[in-house]
Write a protein that binds this ligand. Structure first.
Ligand code: HEM
Length: 445
């Protein structure tokens, strides 16, 4: 009797797997590695570390072309490395939702711009946009210049300490970009707090590695199972440390605003005529503190100052997002730029010659106009970002049935945009593995 029941259950399960599999196959006219019943492509990723997972995703792009599919159990992901499809996806309201992995990040940085979706994302984006205008950014150039001098002196000192030995520049650059961020995004002079900032960069590093592990571990991917692991306790401790760092920043900026009596005109903009000379510029955090969002009674076409202020939680989420998204990516980009400067001495020479001829060696502080004279530097940075994009893959979820590359996409399907492979596709960048800043040089006509 028991034997018969077991056989029946087994047959029923196989039947279900077969039916589901048929359903999956029917909506997939795209190439991709062989899908196994029930598990899909899970087994191919199961025991790989993060580097090997990344390599596998990239090698599939080479093997299967610009669009292929991967199934993890019954969760389908379309991996796309076509710029035109990426543009369509990123500008379509049908892909306004972020993928499930972003939800895991939100346990740390809350529901800020990187994670939020729909109307919330749109309104917050609108509120924050003025902080990224050219006028807003140019006020920070003196901070960039001063801080750059400081980090160069520090790297030089580290190199002198152990002549001939390599210097690990990434931790120093993280500290540097975080310092710049504190001054420009938060409006807090953080010169004396290096220990606390260093601790924050280390906390971020550990949080990132836990999140990466969760995304690709078959069991930690399930929230309930992750909660049973000792890593969850560590994760919570790290989140608390990270949040306390950003919370203090917000608190300090609020106090600075009170003390320095920043004056605002009736639209909530800083009135520069009456501004205390000690408060030279307006950081992004002030934009958030001044912003107003629709409160339910506001018309969709209302201006930015017609509704309610952001709640403390909304401000904290955005500040957490900017603190992480702003310093980590930039430090990684700078590390690869320096790597390429060191790897190609002739180009290094050319960069130096450009600085000497366009700006000279006797400048005390770079200004905004100077930056536009450094054309070769500009293409060098772009080429470095092409070959080593700090964010190599981003992902969205279809919120409605739609199509990509003439292939049906069902609502709920994840789409991963493979930036790394796009940047190395020979159709867009001939001889793609070659480092060549000339690709981005504008022709004289
Ligand atoms: C080289 C430097 C940087 C790179 C390569 C980079 C890359 C990216 C990418 C690829 C995204 C899209 C993520 C997604 O949609 O899943 C993104 C979003 C974002 N980045 Fe950056 N980023 C850089 C610097 C910064 C800086 C300096 C800040 C802040 C000061 C910042 C703040 C953000 C925010 C808030 C978002 C979310 C925007 C939204 O969804 O509306 N990033 N970044």
């Amino acid at each position: 009797m028991f034997y018969v029941i077991c056989v029946n259950i087994l047959v029923f399960l196989i039947f279900l797997a077969f039916v589901y599999d048929l359903k999956f196959r029917s909506c997939g006219r795209l190439p991709g590695p062989r899908r196994w019943p029930i598990v899909g492509n899970l087994l191919e990723f199961l025991w790989l570390d993060s580097g090997a997972i990344f390599d596998r995703l990239i090698s599939y792009s080479k093997q299967y072309g610009e669009v292929y599919i991967l199934d993890f159990l019954y969760d389908r992901t379309v991996v796309c490395a076509s710029p035109s499809d990426a543009k369509r996806i990123l500008t379509s309201y049908k892909f306004l939702a972020k993928s499930d992995d972003y939800g895991k990040v939100s346990e740390w940085i809350g529901d800020g711009l990187l994670v939020s979706k729909g109307m919330k994302w749109m309104w917050h984006r609108k509120a924050i946009a003025p902080a990224f205008s050219t006028v807003a950014l140019r006020q920070f150039v003196p901070v960039f210049s001063r801080r750059a001098e400081e980090v160069c002196a520090k790297l030089e000192a580290l190199a002198d300490e152990r002549p001939g030995e390599p210097v690990d520049v990434l931790p120093e650059l993280k500290l540097h970009t975080l310092g710049v961020l504190c001054e420009t995004v938060m409006g807090i002079p953080c010169g004396e707090e290096q220990d606390r900032q260093r601790q924050y960069t280390q906390v971020v590093e550990e949080l990132k590695s836990i999140l990466y592990w969760r995304m690709f571990s078959w069991f930690a991917n399930f929230n309930t199972l992750f909660r049973l692991t000792p890593t969850k306790r560590r994760f919570d401790e790290l989140v608390a440390l990270s949040r306390s760092f950003t919370h203090d920043m917000i608190d300090r900026r609020r106090k600075i605003r009170e003390r320095s009596k920043l004056v605002f005109d009736q639209d909530g903009n800083i009135d520069f005529e009456r501004l205390d000379p000690r408060s030279k510029y307006s950081p992004l955090l002030d934009t958030l503190l001044n912003a107003r969002l629709p409160d339910g009674t506001t018309s969709p076409n209302a201006g930015l100052f017609d509704g309610r202020p952001l709640t403390d939680e909304e401000i904290q989420d955005e500040v957490d997002t900017f603190s992480f998204a702003g310093h980590d990516t930039t430090a990684s980009a700078m590390t690869f730029i320096l790597y390429n400067v060191a790897k190609y001495p002739e180009m290094q020479e050319r960069l130096y010659d450009e600085i000497v001829s366009e700006i000279g060696t006797e400048f005390s502080e770079l200004n905004f106009q100077d930056l536009f004279k450094l054309c070769y530097m500009d293409s060098f940075i772009k080429e470095s970002l092409r070959l080593f994009p700090p964010v190599p893959i981003v992902a969205r979820i279809a919120i409605d049935d739609t199509y990509v590359n003439m292939v049906d996409i069902k609502a709920g399907t994840s789409v991963a945009l493979n930036i790394f492979s796009m940047h190395r596709h020979p159709a867009y960048y001939p001889d793609p593995e070659r480092f060549d800043p000339e690709r981005f040089r504008k022709s004289p006509d």
